[in-house]
Design a protein around this ligand. Structure first.
Ligand code: UGA
Length: 452
């Protein structure tokens, strides 16, 4: 049993680790400066929508292996390890904002105890070189005789699967030069039976950014191929399947659509771009990844505009507002960008999301929020599916067709069964479905042979 303090213990990453480390049998105190959150957590209420979290939180509170506080003086002294999980949001130029990290490092330093040794585990996604910065700040504030080591240990957690990804990681990356501290942290992860990669601080920090940038690149790559499919009469789903079957490429993160969002990919690709620029490079690939992503959303709106012959006063139903399925998170959500673009062009936006309604009421006050997808589609000229919630696939499209005033279903995530939608008398449009468009064009003018 190790005594662990998790700084930033009320956020996605911090709360996930606090709860999971307690579940593994450690004595954990979660520290967060947000007093409201801490009070809720101590009562067993999770402020975060995450599968399995409420149950695991309550179980470990009841077992007295877990508690939350706002007070560094209560949390840091006596801890063998301090996990640093504060947020690193973006500044307006894309650079990572390290204010929370700096202030947490100073507070940790101040509360180290002379005669003890503490290992600080950096979980926050921080630009390359930040481990040295953290060590410098801690050293500046630490009392004489307090010893500490810093280990870089990036996280690779997906929202909606945080506990799964903590407890069943593909790999654990540990960066640092203090062999004893590296060994202690490696032992902590031992029960998870994942491969452990040991490296230096800078490589560990870069692994996090490079992993997210690579996944984002896969998505922008397939979205670029989707554009080509539309022009050349091919089907991107088949193309993705065909290339993904090559084990060097792999099938995941090749779903074409309206692009990536969330609190990580846009922020981290932006921060990596800034790091490369700061190092005197021209990160053309990273810039293209972001440009293709923005373009995916613009093109989706332009397609609706084209099909409806203008968006002014058109009623559009948006299915899904969260940045992906399984979460209520609207940060950098492509659906939010699309809703805003539609309304700027005079459209009336009605929307449904199974989880994000409360957040949407704050973030998108002009959108009419509905209790069901059919209610959102009522009186709509078109439906635009933006988040691939599985329940949209199983809808009764005859009922949808009856409630709509138009007949267009734009599927921004290629989620729906096109034949199912068409059977209800609706017109289906996916992303990168050039083969469908070519067939429709052939049907409209059968005497003109395609490709002639
Ligand atoms: C992402 C990474 O997947 C995690 O490994 C990483 O730890 C995390 O960022 C982070 O840095 O904290 P997350 O933001 O939760 O996790 O979301 P993803 O599941 O990766 O999806 C990101 C976006 O890409 C979503 O908008 C999703 O709809 C979109 N996406 C994903 C696609 O458009 N196509 C795909 O094939 C896959």
């Amino acid at each position: 049993m190790t005594r662990i303090c998790v700084v930033g213990g009320g956020g996605y990453v911090g709360l996930g680790y606090a709860v999971a480390l307690a579940e593994l049998g450690h004595d954990v105190v979660g520290l967060d400066i947000a007093a409201g959150r801490v009070a809720l957590l101590n009562q067993g209420t999770s402020p975060i929508y995450e599968v399995g979290l409420p149950e695991m939180l309550r179980r470990n509170l009841d077992a007295a292996r877990l508690r939350f506080t706002t007070d560094y003086a209560e949390a840091v002294p006596g801890s063998d390890l301090v996990f640093l999980c504060t947020g690193t949001p973006s500044l307006s130029d894309g650079e990572a904002d390290l204010r929370q990290v700096r202030s947490a490092a100073a507070s940790i330093g101040m509360h180290l105890v002379p005669g003890t040794r503490t290992i600080i585990v950096n979980k926050s996604t921080m630009p390359v070189g930040t481990a040295d910065l953290v060590a410098g700040i801690v050293a500046e504030y630490a009392p004489e005789g307090a010893r500490f080591a810093v280990i870089s240990n990036p996280e690779f957690l997906r929202e909606g699967r945080v506990l799964h990804d903590i407890l069943r990681p593909d790999r654990v990356v540990l960066g640092g030069d203090d062999e004893e501290a590296l060994e202690i942290v490696a032992e902590l992860y031992g029960p998870l039976q994942a491969p452990i990669l040991r490296t230096d601080h800078r490589s560990a920090e870069l692994i996090k950014y490079a992993a997210n940038a690579f996944l984002a690149t896969k998505i922008s790559f397939i979205n670029d191929i989707a554009r080509l499919c539309e022009r050349l009469g091919a089907d991107v789903t088949d193309v993705a399947e065909g290339i993904g079957a090559d084990e060097r490429i792999g099938p995941r993160f090749l779903h074409a659509g309206i692009g990536f969002g969330g609190s990580c990919f846009p922020k981290d690709v932006g921060a990596l771009t800034r790091m490369a620029e700061g190092a005197g490079l021209h990160p053309g690939l990273l810039r293209a990844v972001m440009e293709i992503n923005r373009d995916a959303q613009r093109r989706f709106v332009a397609r609706a505009d084209e099909l409806l012959a203008g968006l002014d006063r058109r009623v559009i139903a948006i299915w899904g507002l969260a940045f992906k399925e399984g979460t209520d998170d609207l940060r950098e959500s492509p659906a939010v960008a699309i809703a805003e673009m539609l309304m700027e062009r005079g459209a009336i936006a009605r929307a449904h999301d199974p989880a994000a309604r409360e957040n949407a009421a704050r973030r998108l006050p002009r959108v009419i929020l509905c209790d069901s997808p059919v209610e959102a589609a009522t009186g709509a000229d078109a439906v635009m599916l933006c988040t691939p919630w599985p329940e949209y696939r199983d809808l009764d499209f005859t009922e949808v067709a009856r409630s709509m005033s138009g007949d267009i279903i734009l599927d921004g995530r290629n989620l729906l069964d096109a034949s199912h939608v068409a059977a209800a008398g609706l017109r289906y449009e996916g992303i990168g479905k050039g083969a469908d468009r070519a067939r429709a064009a052939d049907a409209a003018s059968p005497q003109v042979a395609r490709g002639a």
